[in-house]
Design a protein around this ligand. Structure first.
Ligand code: ADP
Length: 195
């Protein structure tokens, strides 16, 4: 099973990523988690990316690729992936494709978790207490939403053209969204059987 999750901040990519990865027994690869790990451990890369995360800006593609290239390759070796937060720009999508194609491991499906901005805003403001430095601050939230619309939304067309895009209504509670995703993937025949 190889899936990419796309959606604005606050759409539940992390939650759905964990559920899908558990169900299909493939690694859940979250670019945000990997970068926060680097920041927390004060690696060289962590020091380079911290300010982007704090401001709600995208980390430059070459730095993202340095982290994600390796993580995606490792996941492919383990039999698949649920990618959460990557790719997030068209350049990243093209590089991800180039990386996975030789291994016959491009995505089977891309799931778009759709939520209106006002719902995302509310969730992110409420999530601040969970301790993420980029949640809670209204200016940073606005910037992340703007970045999503400008840089990431164009990927929907990229994947729609490839015939692998499904959309789920991510305003629903997590278990309902998970069922919705499963049904959408089944209906479109994009779902390999659970291992
Ligand atoms: P969310 O989707 O809720 O904003 P993430 O954990 O996916 O949360 O991302 C948090 C931050 O990490 C982003 O605002 C960005 O700074 C950085 N980031 C994560 N993935 C990428 C990526 N693929 N490209 C560039 N920056 C990224």
């Amino acid at each position: 099973m190889r899936v990419v999750l796309l959606g604005p901040p606050g759409s539940g990519k992390g939650t759905q990523g964990e559920l899908l990865a558990r169900q299909y027994q493939v690694p859940h690869v979250s670019s945000g988690d990997l970068m926060r790990d680097h920041v927390g451990q004060r690696t060289e890369l962590g020091q380079q990316v911290a300010r982007y995360l704090d401001n709600g800006d995208l980390v430059p593609d070459d730095l993202v690729l340095a982290v994600m290239g390796r993580a995606v390759r490792e996941a492919i070796d383990e039999g698949g992936y649920v990618l959460d937060g990557f790719p997030r720009t068209l350049a990243q999508a093209e590089q991800a494709y180039a990386l996975a194609e030789p291994a016959g491991a491009t995505a089977d499906a891309v799931v778009y978790l759709s939520v209106p901005d006002d719902v995302a805003r509310e969730r992110l403001a409420g999530r601040a207490s969970a301790g993420r430095s980029d949640d809670g601050d209204a200016d940073v939230i606005e910037r992340r939403l703007r970045v999503f619309h400008q840089q990431t939304e164009p990927l929907l067309e990229f994947y729609r053209e490839r015939g692998i895009l499904v959309t789920a209504d991510a305003t629903e509670p997590p278990d309902v969204v998970a069922d919705d995703i499963r049904r959408a993937l089944e209906d479109r025949n994009l779902l390999p059987r659970p291992r």
